[in-house]
Ligand binder design. Structure first.
Ligand SMILES: Nc1ncnc2c1ncn2[C@@H]1O[C@H](COP(=O)(O)OP(=O)(O)O)[C@@H](O)[C@H]1O
Ligand SMILES: [Mg+2]
Length: 373
């Protein structure tokens, strides 16, 4: 079915420009256009629109959003603006808009906007999870890849992985992806992007899971600045319900920045008979500077043997901090899966590693649903 569009744009020149884009876009028909939202509300119903594009550069138009959703319950409302602003974006979505599009837009961007926002709407609030490890080789990337698959499958909502392990990011290898664009380009370009155009920087794994891959060369890591990195994550929050960020080991500007944005930071360490507990304790001491550390920081141990509730409790006692999850030692499964680009989760869903990760996914989804209710 074609989209029957009502366009509201105060600026005469922009109105002409956008009208011709809509007329030339396959699958779209310009049903009516107005300079004033009051006119569209009064006269637009006869056109039976199913898509309304409302200019919000004119700030006064924001107050009309609820009237549009009431007057045109069968239509999706997208706000259009000449620049992206994270605060406006969450405001318009709360008021009832499905999404936000930067103008002037092309026919392709309009098509992508309705595909991306049309069904589910923009994510009103999204959970960012940062995965931090005190030292390298923690099992963190394996955990994130499998957890993201599990979250996408169980929740049916959109999930993204951001590979911010700037020097040694290997998420692309895990998923057998050959990225056209990476975190370096996304962060570099963010000031010219909107959620729709940012989405294209993420590589698709399946309908609900996308990955923003890491840098191709370690020295590109210097190209990622913190402020635009933060802006990029904030923008991604309007595309995905869950965002999992893979961080480089240890404390560095990017891991600190990501932990500050994140709702939850997972500290991940692999048990290998060394000093993992001490490393974890030292990292926790740093995070304890946050007054709400216990809510925001959770610990996970990987390669735990035997991997059961007793062991989880024992590790927690020694650590002096609760352990949120334990992941069993499954070297063969994990490496066999990595070699063929498939995930342990898919290769053997009844395996203890898959079961423990699925349990963690359930608890993350449960927290979210609990909060919404
Ligand atoms: N649960 C596990 N049990 C056994 N080996 C694991 C487990 N998770 C990861 N590994 C292995 O440990 C190594 C590092 O894992 P990886 O996920 O890349 O960790 P990191 O991202 O912290 O460097 C890999 O060789 C991987 O196959
Ligand atoms: Mg890794």
């Amino acid at each position: 079915m074609d989209y029957r569009v009502i366009l509201i744009e105060n600026n005469r020149l922009m109105l002409e420009r956008l009208s011709s884009v809509i007329k030339g876009a396959a699958g779209f028909e310009l049903a009516a256009r107005y300079q004033q939202p009051g006119d569209a509300l009064g006269q637009g119903a006869v056109f039976k629109p199913n898509l309304i594009l409302l200019d919000i550069d004119d700030r006064a138009n924001l107050q009309f959003i609820p009237s549009f959703t009431q007057t045109f319950p069968a239509a999706a409302l997208l706000c259009i603006s000449s620049h992206w602003n994270a605060n406006d974006s969450s405001h318009v979505v709360r008021a009832g808009a499905k999404g936000y599009l930067i103008k002037p837009f092309t026919a392709e961007e309009l098509g992508e906007a309705v595909d991306t926002f049309g069904k589910s709407g923009m994510a009103v609030s999204s959970d960012v999870m940062a995965f931090f490890s005190p030292k390298g080789k923690s099992g963190k990337t394996t955990l994130i890849a499998n957890l993201a698959l599990s979250l996408a499958r169980k929740s049916g909502e959109s999930v993204a992985i951001i590979d911010a392990d700037l020097q040694f990011g290997d998420m692309a290898v895990f998923f057998n992806l050959a990225p056209q664009s990476t975190i370096v380009e996304a962060v570099r370009d963010v000031k010219f992007l909107s959620p729709i155009t940012l989405n294209a920087y993420f590589q698709e794994v399946n309908d609900n899971l996308r990955v923003l891959c890491g840098t191709k060369k370690p020295d590109y890591a210097e190209l990622v600045d913190i402020k635009p990195f933060n802006d990029m994550v904030r923008m991604a929050q309007s595309l995905f319900r869950y965002i999992l960020i893979d961080l480089p080991a240890g404390f560095n500007p990017i891991s600190v920045a990501a932990s500050e944005i994140a709702k939850t930071t997972y500290l991940v360490a692999m048990v290998s008979g060394g000093f993992e507990l001490q490393h974890m304790q030292r990292a926790l001491d740093v995070f304890r500077a946050w007054p709400d550390c216990e809510q925001r920081v959770k610990t996970i141990f990987t390669r735990v043997e035997p991997c059961n509730a007793d062991m989880q409790e024992k590790l927690g006692l020694v650590l002096g901090y609760p352990v949120a999850a334990v992941i069993p030692n499954e070297y063969l499964l994990v490496s066999a899966a990595a070699n063929n680009g498939r995930m342990a989760m898919d290769n053997d869903p009844n395996n203890p590693l898959a079961i423990n990760i699925a349990r963690l996914a359930d608890s993350i989804i449960g927290q979210r649903r609990g909060k919404v209710r």
